[in-house]
Design a protein around this ligand. Structure first.
Ligand SMILES: [Zn+2]
Ligand SMILES: [Zn+2]
Length: 325
């Protein structure tokens, strides 16, 4: 590889980094513009009592801080590493790669699992040990290889381009809280300023009826009010999507499922294991912990170590409606 090739690959790498952070920048810009629109355009322009204004700003600022905190925690929390006991040494890798067949390779992996006392309850679709040949490791239960991150992630839910991070065991609670506070923030923004939006829309309609040109409309309505109108429409569209997304993830949490598992149910080693569903309350606590006060705060309180998970026996769940039955 000559110098220009190295320069080109460096440029590609920098471009990819810029590209991957673009959605995060867009989200942060939307938050910032929404904040300015509400605090500096809506509040001073609407004729509300000072007490009402203070109360609105108090709630608005609290939901803004919680939303931003949860978002930054989701973005900057490391999705986690697979513990060293799951990694294969050079000798084992060569033996597995040289194995005559997939079955022979699997026997070698089974021996490694047995000798290292690795607690695994899931297998591949073929009933083999789940092995990642890119990371050369035995995949712990619920771990998956993320093609965007380029490595295996514990209890991987999905790779989220909007946070430029994998949503996994370490940040799933932060992600759900982010969706929750985002919806609280947007719904509050949209519902309390609806009358102001109506006033701006009426003004624009009136001016357009008089067949005035666009520049004249901007002059009469005011650039700030037009910015408010645009951010209001943007936030309304975002809220429709994020509300659906939030309910989807609460449903997954209450059923102790990841998005990956909803798309492709895991295969269990033993027929006696029905799944991870431990009941709604227990499932919720697996992600949010048992301290009610911490449920609302984006601090890590999930149970476990990210590689071993409680399972439910089949005979107890025979009467229950199960997600892959
Ligand atoms: Zn991997
Ligand atoms: Zn990822």
């Amino acid at each position: 590889m000559n110098e220009s090739d190295i320069d080109n690959s460096l440029n590609d790498c920098q471009l990819m980094t810029i590209y991957s952070w673009l959605p995060v920048s867009l989200i942060l810009s939307d938050f910032l513009i929404s904040y300015i629109a509400y605090v500096f355009i809506y509040c001073p322009s609407s004729l509300m009592a000072i007490g009402e204004c203070i109360l609105k700003l108090l709630f608005f600022n609290i939901s803004f801080i919680m939303m931003l905190w949860s978002f930054l925690q989701t973005v900057f929390t490391d999705p986690g590493e697979i513990p060293s006991e799951f990694w294969l040494n050079t000798n084992d890798v060569q033996r597995v790669q040289r194995a005559r067949s997939e079955q022979a390779g699997n026997i070698l992996l089974e021996n490694i699992v047995y000798n290292r006392h690795l607690a695994l309850v899931t297998t591949s679709d073929k009933g083999f040990i789940r092995f990642c040949d890119k990371c050369v490791l035995i995949k712990p239960d619920r771990a998956h290889h993320c093609s965007t991150c380029g490595y295996c992630v514990p209890k991987m839910d999905h790779h989220c381009p909007w946070t430029n991070n994998c949503i996994s065991f370490t940040n799933y609670k932060f992600f759900i809280l982010f969706l929750t506070y985002l919806n609280v923030f947007f719904i509050f923004f949209l519902s309390t300023s609806f009358a102001f939006l109506y006033h701006i829309s009426k003004l624009i309609t009136q001016e357009l009826k008089n067949e005035q040109d666009f520049l004249h409309v901007v002059q009469v309505v005011g650039l700030a009010n037009l910015i408010f109108l645009i951010i209001y429409i943007t936030n309304s569209s975002i809220t429709v999507v994020t509300i659906i997304f939030m309910f989807y993830h609460y449903n997954l949490t209450l059923n102790n499922m990841t998005t990956m598992e909803a798309l492709r149910p895991p295969a269990f080693v033993s027929e006696d294991i029905q799944g991870y569903d431990l009941g709604k309350c227990e499932n919720f606590e697996q992600v949010f912990g048992d301290n009610v006060l911490y449920w609302f705060v984006p601090l890590f309180t999930s149970y476990g170590d990210g590689v071993k998970f409680s399972t439910s026996p089949r005979n107890l769940l025979d009467q229950q409606q199960y997600w892959y039955s």
